[in-house]
Design a protein around this ligand. Structure first.
Ligand code: LCV
Length: 259
């Protein structure tokens, strides 16, 4: 059974993440379908892609599929992790990707939404960044995304509390471009796409790539990289990481000890 739906209208392609039973948790299978759809859109010269959940969804995405996170001792968010593959596929897609967001966006779902080029959300949308809830060592790419999008004190608050922020706050922070009511969001987003697709796709593709390269152009020494990876390793080797995953699977509150 397909976990997404796709639709093409002229040069606008839509991907609907459609696995409500698991609240659109981003499993490897689901991500594989999205990246395959993006590859097809690329071949079909799609000039704007729209990534959304079904109309009226209460959860846009519950984030990483926690049941697929590796056990203690292995980096859960490494380069080859499927969520990172999806983030790169969106960032490297040679046309704008608009996130049409309804409902809660959790953990890795925030990274996927923030990888999109333009974000439009309904008033009920919330964003929660959750690694601390699970005992997960957040990766450098994820941290950098936050640092590029959110003022540092807010990024810290979101990371440390793991509590959702409302759409109005996300708008004030510039994380999202617009808030639109559910009955208007679709026509608004397709109207935005219509403005994009009449412009030069080559010019847009190059500007998107320029922005991606410049936004990630942070000098980092081997020593700094190894130090951060060493710090992260302490977390994914820890009892806390094991406890976070166990608690999620057993549907109970975690008892973190800091060890
Ligand atoms: C697998 C799920 C999930 C899920 N995975 O429905 O960025 S990081 O570091 O944090 C990264 C590692 C990450 O992204 O981690 C995931 C972060 N996500 C969360 O913390 C959200 C976890 N989910 C929830 O809190 C709730 O499910 C929400 C509030 C999204 C929806 O609540 P609701 O009452 O509507 P249920 O909790 O009953 O979930 C329905 C089914 O979806 C599964 C969940 O286990 C349940 O499965 P069963 O029907 O088999 O019991 N599910 C939800 N989220 N991230 N599975």
């Amino acid at each position: 059974m397909s976990l997404i739906l796709t639709e093409i209208q002229d040069v606008i392609g839509t991907i609907v993440i459609n696995h409500p039973q698991k609240r659109n948790a981003l499993s490897e299978a689901l991500i594989d379908e999205i990246t395959t759809a993006l590859d097809q859109f690329r071949e079909q010269n799609i000039r704007t892609a729209i990534l959304r959940a079904p109309a009226g969804a209460k959860i846009w995405s519950a984030g990483h599929d926690v049941s697929e996170l590796p056990n203690r001792g292995r980096d859960p968010l490494g380069w080859g992790d499927s969520l990172r593959i999806l983030v790169r596929a969106i960032q490297e897609f040679p046309a704008p990707v608009i996130a049409l967001i309804e409902g809660g966006v959790w953990g890795g779902g925030c990274e996927v939404a923030m990888a999109c080029d333009i974000l439009v959300a309904t008033p009920e949308t919330t964003f929660a960044i959750t690694p601390a809830k699970l005992g997960v060592p957040y990766n450098l790419g994820g941290i950098l995304t936050l640092m590029n999008m959110i003022p540092l004190p807010v990024a810290k608050e979101m990371l440390f509390t793991a509590q959702p922020i409302p759409a109005t706050q996300a708008l004030n922070l510039g994380i999202i471009n617009y808030i639109k009511p559910p009955e208007e969001i679709e026509s608004f987003v397709y109207g935005l796409a219509a403005h994009i697709v009449v412009n030069s796709p080559l010019s847009i593709a190059v500007m998107k790539e320029e922005l991606r390269l410049l936004a990630s152009a942070h000098a980092i020494t081997p020593e700094l990289f190894e130090r951060i990876q060493g710090l992260r390793r302490v977390v994914y080797d820890s009892h806390d990481y094991h406890e976070g995953l166990s608690a999620f699977r057993e549907k109970r509150k975690p008892r973190f000890t800091g060890a």
